[in-house]
Each structure stands twice: as structure tokens, then as C-alpha cells.
Design a protein around this ligand. Structure first.
Ligand SMILES: O=C(O)c1ccc(O)c(O)c1
Ligand SMILES: [Mg+2]
Length: 596
């Protein structure tokens, strides 16, 4: 279906908004009156700009407080409308949104509302304009879509129809099934917004917390199916009032927005995309660093051995058990400092995984970096992390390992087996986008997000994982974007004996994050331990959690650049990440200066 976006959903000047919408692939826009009023461009110039960009103007909005008002007030409203219709003619927009009245003088009188909307539609018709009447969830007398439709039906005018807005419908808890009773040609417009489920005033909720489909808690695919079943043929248009998007760069927001509509069409059965190819493991993680020494020291103390080197680039492969870490000291490293730059995901179908990512607007990375390199399928995640789709140990397919040559090495230790999870901090304005990306592009279902107190703000964390837990990624967003702790990323590695692994790490010169005595005192109050057990955790800085499924023990290394490691031992069916312990860990990390 055709796609559109309201200019209110993007930041910047009207020109910036239009450019971003067009570049992201939208077919049309809803022009918000405020954006037009604030623009130095004349209506004719805006029209020409849209045409140049290949955008249609699908809606002009909003007109407020039109209906069910005293006669003299309505006369003034018609005068106002005439001005707007003239403006719309210059703009080349043929549909106007009228939202239900919040006027203090508006009467609870459907017949009056219908008669006045009929009068407005008569005037609109002279200008070749259609009026789409929308129920605001906080409208004074009309606040549900079915009520708005009854009034439109009673008014019975060819230039009058209804505008459905998923937010107003679903925030009110209305049953969207009734949409199928509206003739499709009378649904003049469909606006889509999701929102996190929150108990708050509906106007505030709408004006500040709307988000793109799939990023909140509403069933938008279900709603779209009803609208299609009614016979609606118009565009799917995003109308998202959101405090974060108002500040974020328009270009990436528009891409995020368009991706959400592609996903929605897939979920509603309106479009076929390449099937998701769920990753089946972590092939490698890649650290870039300007100085290999501290990273090598850390990996060495953890028991990794440097087993191979890239044949053409300054990249070393470190290995222990099934855990593989690439250390890249190439040009990007000198620019960006030590950070986790790439993840290799084991994929049953690397090319298929890349096709899906590309169809969902992820930037595709060059398959070969150098003429002699193996051709690998890779895309960039929203935060720029490079995702390689890998086929390790499958001789029929090219493998990233083919680029590496063994180097003489000692055997790695056997304390650590594999990557348990990767924790990636996201830029503050891309958290919901990242969750949608990992869920829909990579096919990794997301769990609920949890809020974690940091001494200097709040962390929000949301894990995504495949069914057997062999790929777990914890996405998080921290309080202060410039703060090192808020930008830290970590690689968690599994062990079946966290005490032995922690001791070996220390004996090899590694430094574990110290945990305050108060934490372990509190553990003693919450859980029962065997003799000496708690003292060992205290000595090594091991944190502990237990739930109905099992036990989780974990400890942390020092931080190099943006990166630290976690050693985790999961027993029983514990599936969490020790979120209970995160505030203590964050506070401890603030207390230490990172090295490297
Ligand atoms: O918040 C508002 O006032 C408002 C205006 C126009 C709309 O289409 C809408 O859904 C909300
Ligand atoms: Mg709306």
C-alpha cells in the first residue's frame, strides 16, 4: 500500500522533514499546519518541493473546534475554513482533517454536529476538497471512532468521510472490529501510531508518547486488517507525536518509521518480505582498539589464546571454547577508541538473512573489504554495529574463518565456553528502533524492558534472544550520552564454575570489579548459602541472583575503552540477566576510572 508520514513525526524545518520522508521511501506526507506556518516557503513552493521529491500531499491538518457550536461561532468557523481551503488549493492538498471539537461551547448534539459538518462539506466541495472527521480520544462530546462515524453517516455528504487514527481508537479501548461496518469509501484517511501501554491522561499520552508501529503495545496489524476488510484503499500514514523524535535527526527517524510500516504490512498480510532467518549462535564479536595491548592483556587473563591472524588486515582472532573475539587495530580503531564494532551471527542462510535486512532498509555493507577477502553478507544495525551473517564450519559456504591464518599459540584455557550475551548500549534516541530492528529484521523476540537505577540516571534495558538462548543481546540506553558508563558495552561469557574462572582470571593478573560489602550483607539476608560460599563471592566480587528457574552467578572485569567482560554461570533454567544486581554494578563502575 502507499505510505505516508505526518510532518509532525519528524524534527527540523519543513524542508528537512520533506527531504527525510522522501529519502526514506515514503510516497506522501500529511502537512501539519504549524510546519507550514513556520516555513518561509509559499504554499506553491511547498507543493513544488513535494513534487520534486516525488511526494504527494495526502492530508492537510488539523482543523479544530468546527462542529456542534452556536450558529455565530459556526459562521466564523466557515470563514476560517474558506481561508484554509484556499490555502489547500494553492498547496494542492485535497483532504483536510477535522478533529472532534474540544470547544467549551460545543454541545452534546449529534444532529447539530452532523448539520454543521454537512455545511462545511458543502463549502469544501466547491474547492474540490474532502473533509475527514476524526474523533480525538479526548474530544468534548465525540471521542470514539464509532461515534464520529455515526455523525458522518447522518450528515450524509459525499465530501464528508471519517479519518481513523489507531491511537485514538486503541487508547480508548474501542473494539476495532466495528471498523468493518464502515463502508471503505467513507474512510477518507487512516493514521497509524503505536504507543507503550501506560496508565496516564490520554491527551498527554498521545502528544508525547506515540511511537511507530511495533514499538509500543497496540495491535496495529489487527487494526489494519479490519480497515482493509472495510475496503479502505488510501495510504497507511504515520502520525506520531513523540518527544524523542522531535529531537532526533529526521533522516534516521524517517528510515525507522518506514521500516515500521514495512513490518506492519508484513504482519497484516499486505506485503511479503524475505522470510526472517533466525540466527543460531554467535560466531564472533569484533573489538576495534587503537591499542591492542590492554585488550590482549584482558583476553589473555580470561584464558583466551591468540590463535590466528587475518591474512590482509591487522585483525587477530582470540579463542577459548566456542567463544571467538576478533581484535582489530585498523583505521576505524584509531578513530573510535576501543569498542565492540561488529558481531558475527551464525546463520542457517546468510544470504537470506542479508536479503531480509536489506528489504527492511538496513544498510548493506560491502561483501569484500579487499579483493582477496572472502565475500561475507553483512549489514549495519541502527547504532552502526556491523552484523555479519556467518556460516562457520560449513564447507559448502564461504566462511569468515577462511580469511584467517593460524599463528603459533599456547592452548586456550577451558574456563569459558561461549558467549552468553552481548550488551549493547544504544544512542538515546534509537532504543525503540533497535528493539524493533532486532526483533523483526533478525527475528529475535524481545522481552519486556526493565528500568535499572544508575547513580546518575536511569538505564533502560531490553533483551532479545532466539528460542534456545544461543543468541542473547541486551539492548540498553543510559542516562547521559557522554558518560563512559552510559556508553559501555559488554561481552558476557559462560562458565560452569564462576569461582574457578574468577580466581584464574585474578591469578593471571586480571582485575575484577570490586563490589561493596553492603551488597553481600544484603545477599545474606535474602538467600541461604553453604558455609564459606558467600565469603568467596565477597572476595571475588561475584554477584548472585536466584529465581524459580535457577541460579545466576556473575562477575565483571575492568573496562577498556567502552568494553568490559562479564563471566556468568547459569544453573538450572535461569533465563534472566541479573537485572536486580545492575544498580550495584553500575555504581561500582562509576567509582572506577576506565583504562585504555
Ligand atoms: O493532539 C492533537 O490535537 C491531534 C491533532 C490532530 C490529530 O490527527 C490527532 O490525532 C491529534
Ligand atoms: Mg490523528
Amino acid at each position: 500500500m502507499r505510505t505516508a508520514i505526518a510532518t509532525v513525526s519528524l524534527s527540523g524545518s519543513l524542508t528537512e522533514k520533506l527531504t527525510a520522508a522522501a529519502r526514506a521511501g515514503f510516497d506522501g506526507v500529511e502537512i501539519f499546519e504549524n510546519d507550514l506556518l513556520a516555513s518561509p516557503l509559499s504554499p506553491e513552493e511547498i507543493r513544488a518541493r513535494c513534487a520534486d521529491l516525488g511526494l504527494t500531499i495526502d492530508l492537510y491538518q488539523p482543523m479544530r473546534d468546527i462542529e456542534a457550536v452556536p450558529a455565530d461561532e459556526f459562521e466564523r468557523n466557515l470563514r476560517r475554513a474558506r481561508h484554509k481551503f484556499e490555502l489547500m488549493r494553492r498547496l494542492g492538498a485535497d483532504t483536510v482533517l477535522v478533529c472532534s471539537s474540544v470547544h467549551p461551547l460545543a454541545e452534546d448534539d449529534d444532529a447539530l454536529a452532523a448539520a454543521q459538518l454537512h455545511g462545511l462539506a458543502d463549502l469544501a466541495q466547491d474547492f474540490g476538497i474532502r473533509v475527514a472527521y476524526e474523533a480525538l480520544a479526548w474530544g468534548r462530546h465525540v471521542s470514539t471512532y464509532d461515534h464520529a462515524w455515526r455523525i458522518v453517516e447522518a450528515a450524509d455528504h459525499p465530501a464528508l468521510g471519517t479519518c481513523l487514527d489507531s491511537f485514538h481508537i486503541l487508547a480508548r479501548g474501542s473494539d476495532p472490529k466495528g471498523i468493518e461496518d464502515i463502508p471503505g469509501e467513507k474512510i477518507f484517511f487512516l493514521q497509524l501510531a503505536d504507543a507503550p501501554l501506560m496508565a496516564m491522561d490520554v491527551l498527554q499520552w498521545s502528544r508525547h508518547y506515540r511511537c511507530f508501529p511495533g514499538q509500543g503495545g497496540f495491535d496495529l496489524a489487527g487494526l489494519v486488517r479490519h480497515v482493509r476488510a472495510a475496503g479502505y484503499q488510501g495510504p497507511l500514514s504515520l502520525e506520531v507525536f513523540n518527544d524523542v523524535f522531535r529531537q532526533a535527526e529526521a533522516g534516521p527517524t524517517a528510515v525507522d518509521a518506514h521500516r515500521s510500516l514495512l513490518m506492519l504490512q508484513e504482519a497484516a498480510g499486505l506485503a511479503a518480505l524475505p522470510e526472517p532467518v533466525v540466527p543460531t549462535g554467535v560466531a564472533f564479536t569484533e573489538l576495534v582498539t587503537p591499542d591492542a595491548e590492554p585488550v590482549a592483556a584482558l583476553l589473555g587473563a580470561l584464558g583466551f589464546a591468540r590463535t590466528a591472524r587475518h591474512r590482509s588486515k591487522p585483525v587477530d582472532l582470540w579463542r577459548q571454547g566456542e567463544a571467538r573475539v576478533l581484535v582489530n587495530t585498523g583505521p576505524a580503531a584509531r578513530r573510535d577508541g576501543t569498542q565492540l564494532a561488529a558481531i558475527g551471527l551464525e546463520s542457517p542462510d546468510p544470504a537470506g538473512a542479508a536479503r531480509r535486512a536489506e528489504a527492511l532498509l538496513a544498510p548493506v555493507l560491502p561483501r569484500r573489504r579487499a579483493p582477496q577477502d572472502v565475500a561475507l553478507d553483512a549489514v549495519a544495525a541502527p547504532d552502526g554495529t556491523e552484523l555479519f551473517f556467518c556460516a562457520t564450519d560449513r564447507p559448502e559456504l564461504p566462511s569468515w574463518t577462511d580469511d584467517f591464518r593460524p599463528v603459533p599459540h599456547a592452548e586456550p584455557a577451558r574456563h569459558l565456553q561461549r558467549v552468553d550475551h552481548l550488551a549493547l548500549t544504544q544512542p538515546w534516541h534509537q532504543f525503540d528502533e533497535a528493539a524493533l530492528f532486532h526483533r523483526t529484521v533478525l527475528g529475535l523476540p524481545a522481552r519486556e524492558s526493565v528500568d535499572v537505577a544508575d547513580p546518575y540516571g536511569l538505564f533502560r534495558s531490553r533483551p532479545v534472544s532466539n528460542a534456545d538462548g544461543s543468541v542473547r543481546i541486551a539492548l540498553s540506553v543510559g542516562p547521559a550520552p557522554t558518560d563512559d558508563a552510559a556508553r559501555a558495552q559488554h561481552i558476557a561469557l559462560t562458565t560452569d564454575d564462576v569461582v574457578a574462572a574468577a580466581r584464574a582470571f585474578r591469578a593471571a593478573g586480571g582485575r575484577l570489579l570490586a563490589v561493596p560489602a553492603n551488597y553481600h550483607d544484603d545477599l545474606a539476608a535474602r538467600f541461604e548459602f553453604a558455609d564459606g560460599e558467600l565469603e568467596t563471592y565477597r572476595e571475588l566480587g561475584i554477584l548472585y541472583d536466584r529465581d524459580a528457574d535457577g541460579v545466576f552467578r556473575h562477575c565483571y572485569t575492568e573496562t577498556v575503552g567502552r568494553v568490559f567482560f562479564e563471566i556468568v554461570q547459569r544453573d538450572g533454567g535461569y533465563r534472566g540477566y541479573g537485572a536486580q544486581n545492575a544498580p550495584v554494578r553500575l555504581a561500582a563502575q562509576h567509582g572506577r576510572r576506565p583504562v585504555g
